[in-house]
Design a protein around this ligand. Sequence first.
Ligand SMILES: [Zn+2]
Length: 220
Amino acid sequence: MGFEPVGQVMGTSIRTPLRKKHVQCGSYSHIGLIRRRLDPYDRVLKALVAECVALDAEGVIGITVTTRDLSIGIEYVAFGTAVRSATGRTEKPFLAHLSGQDFARLVVAGWIPVGIARATSLLAVHGVRPQGNGRSELGWQTEALARSKDLARRDLVTDIARWRGEGFVMATRWSRHHERDCEPRGSADIVAESFFLGTAISPLPAAVAPSKALTIMRLT
Ligand SMILES: [Zn+2]
């Protein structure tokens, strides 16, 4: 299955500023505020699919999504290269963050990208602010971060399944946390967030039967 570039494609979307709503103490959220943070991704990626179809291409590779602060909100811009196969057609247009070289490696290894998968999580873990005991504070932060990563990972598995993907190539991941005051006095919350973005992949039809386990590919 050989592919050749057809042209550059682009999608843009603007997200109005989110209202600063509190994450409830001791809770986590996959919905509402946090979900809305992913909406612009979906919109710019849909725009890429539309341009891909208009070019009669089969997929878009090398996708980058950048953000820019504007007075009316945050602008999301996605770029990619539409590609077409000389030999066969895939079922649906596919999206991948992979470079041309990594895409070629993936296809040679018997896999095809199916779509961009992403996940996010946000949660607040309540605790009593430690008095001069650095070690227990560290444990508290570690617990919040670990739970946030675990929630995002579960969300990611769901998103990969949405694409009927059987593997995943990571593009970006980050986790961060901050502390805030909470009631009663002396209490605080650690607010932790995690984000994953990458390409869901599926075995090429001719390839040998895939393993049941989700494969995380390392291409380099
Ligand atoms: Zn609290």
